[in-house]
Design a protein around this ligand. Structure first.
Ligand code: PEP
Ligand code: MG
Length: 579
């Protein structure tokens, strides 16, 4: 039996067969063919192209009916690329003229194309090179008679083991009802980890070299809480884990009984528990957990796995659906947060692919203000959806007042356009800002007069405060929500919100982590937003807490003179020594 250790990012125990996704570099042979073999070589090439077309068709046909439309769009893009003469005809000329073997001819043509894309000014087209490479890779695999371990072949109940997964991959895998994820790379607050958590299935990231140790079809035990993957377990271990899995399921059932209980501390403080959603399919989970509303709707997922951004109409329909599902409860729609690790086709993710440091680059509100053709349809769609429910708009990654003013001007212009077109919308739609850049936290009092609410994005706030790239597993060990600097910034934001009498919520992962609930209550946080799977556990803690006692404890923790002391005090709080 072999144990591989990583970072558990989503609790639970899964037992199932491994589906190993390999993304290794292909070894492409280069040789000349004899003149007499040219026709056969051309036929080999066209056969591989036809096989690629059949595979893409099959993938398209196997995408479940309830998958979002964006899941199918990437297949359409790949089919279009495959049919382009530059891909399916140009290599044939090379085979005939230079007597190169099919793989060599295709590889040389692909290099020319990628080079051409890289020199393009338009960042959207520049990003297209990734699709070209993937299509070329597919044809090459057919020529080399290699397997396509593509995620669309994953079967329900399998455990996906991969080097890394993009958020877009995860969206597709989500529809295959996989049982768990394990990746070589990744951090606890990468968007892929967040998405995995929202599935409510165990997930482990940063399990170095797990793809080397695990073979396809091997039975695995994934312990998401401890961050351990067991390969080739004996009967006794399997039996133990089955018992533990049963116990966890029983605990979850017990938590379910809290669904209708109010979220109030023992001394009567009402605490709002909201849900974070990425896709329409998350709405059901949020409704079933009886969330007080949607505290964060990550709209960028509407833009993934598709060649073009969604139209205003498509966005409007998606937003209205969520607003209607929650009727009288607030639905906080965040404007696009593309760029950095959230790369998409349809979103023109800025220059992130080539940026030296994408997390500090043209991302989120910066990208939207730089590309208003992308931003305006979303503003229109959100405003129009505000006529259908209690919709709120939230701006990510604000770092300067000036950015906020530019957004507010665009919103005003959009309102005037809609009025002229006699479109309905809520003229007083609440507009909030995410506090996730240290500059915004430190100067939250300067933003407050212009905003209706704050929401603290601890994932980015921690990334930027501690200077740790959230997707770089080499610096994972520095990730610490209890770092005194982080706690001080949270306190500053809550105080600024209180002084300006605007609500302060938190929608980063910290809000859904039971280890921090008591401390956050003590710091005065009254609105938590998290993936729906976490909501009842947090409610259980809220109901067992006394806000006034926690406030005194939090004040003491803020005065601690070291991170170690903060951790010890937070542990004591969780052990019931101060609540
Ligand atoms: C955050 O940064 O905490 C947040 C909620 O936004 P995202 O994780 O989507 O960047
Ligand atoms: Mg963020």
């Amino acid at each position: 039996m072999l144990a591989v250790h990583g970072l558990g990012v989503s609790d639970g125990i899964a037992i199932g067969k491994a589906f190993v996704l390999r993304q290794e570099q292909l070894d492409v042979p280069e040789y000349n063919v004899l003149r007499g073999q040219v026709d056969a070589e051309v036929a080999r090439f066209t056969g591989a192209v036809q096989a690629a077309r059949a595979q893409l068709d099959s993938i398209r046909n196997h995408i479940p009916a309830n998958a979002p439309p964006e899941a199918a769009s990437f297949v359409q893009t790949h089919l279009l690329i495959l049919d382009d003469r530059m891909i399916c005809v140009a290599p044939i000329d090379t085979i005939r003229r230079k007597l190169h073997n099919a793989e060599w001819a295709l590889k040389a043509q692909a290099e020319r194309l990628v080079d051409m894309f890289e020199r393009m000014d338009d960042p959207y087209l520049r990003n297209k090179k990734v699709d070209v490479q993937q299509v070329v890779d597919r044809i090459l695999r057919n020529l080399l008679m290699l397997d396509h371990d593509h995620h669309t072949h994953v079967r329900a109940g399998e455990i996906v083991v991969a080097n890394d997964l993009t958020p877009a991959d995860t969206v597709i895998l989500k529809h295959h009802r996989v049982r768990a994820f394990v990746t070589d790379l990744g951090g606890p607050i990468s968007h892929t980890a967040i998405l995995a958590r929202s599935l409510g299935i165990p997930a482990i990231v940063s399990a170095h070299s797990v793809t080397r140790y695990v073979r396809h079809g091997e039975e695995l035990i994934v312990d998401g809480k401890r961050g351990i993957v067991l390969v080739g377990s004996d009967a006794r271990t399997l039996a133990e884990y089955r018992v533990r899995r049963k116990r966890i399921l029983e605990e979850r059932r017990a938590l379910n009984r809290l669904r209708t209980s109010p979220s109030i501390t023992s001394d009567g403080e009402r605490i709002g528990l909201h849900a974070n959603i990425e896709l329409m399919s998350d709405v059901k989970a949020a409704v079933s957990a009886r969330a007080d509303g949607i505290g964060l709707y990550r709209t960028e997922f509407l833009f993934m796995n598709r060649p073009e951004p969604p139209s205003e109409e498509e966005q409007y329909r998606a937003y209205v659906k969520v607003a209607r599902a929650f009727r009288n409860k607030p639905v906080t729609i965040r404007t696009l947060d593309l760029g950095a690790d959230k790369q998409v086709d349809g979103g023109r993710a800025g220059n992130a692919q080539v940026a030296v440091n994408p997390a500090l680059g043209l991302r989120a509100v910066r990208l939207c203000l730089n590309d208003t053709a992308l931003f305006r349809p979303q503003l229109r769609a959100i405003l129009r959806a505000s006529a259908a429910g209690k919709v709120r708009m939230m701006i990510p990654m604000l770092s300067s007042q000036d950015e906020l003013f530019q957004v507010l001007d665009l919103v005003d212009e959009t309102k005037t356009e809609l009025k002229r077109a006699r479109e309905k919308f809520n003229p007083r739609i609440p507009i909030g800002g995410m506090i996730e850049v240290p500059a915004a936290a430190v100067s939250a009092d300067l933003f407050a007069p212009y905003l209706d609410f704050f929401s603290i994005g601890t994932n980015d706030l921690i990334q930027y405060t501690l200077a740790i790239d959230r997707v770089d597993d080499a610096v994972n060990y520095l990730y610490d929500p209890l770092h005194p600097a982080v706690l001080r910034l949270i306190r500053l934001t809550i105080d600024a919100g209180r002084a300006a009498r605007i609500p302060v919520a938190m929608c980063g992962e910290m809000a859904g982590d039971p280890r921090y609930t008591r401390l956050l209550l003590g710091l005065g946080l009254t609105e938590f937003s998290m993936h729906p799977a976490r909501l009842l556990e947090i409610k259980q803690i809220v109901r067992a807490s006394r806000a006034s006692t926690l406030a005194r404890a939090a004040n003491r923790i803020l005065k601690a003179r070291s991170a170690l002391a903060v951790h010890a005090a937070a542990d004591a709080l969780n052990d019931g020594k101060a609540a």
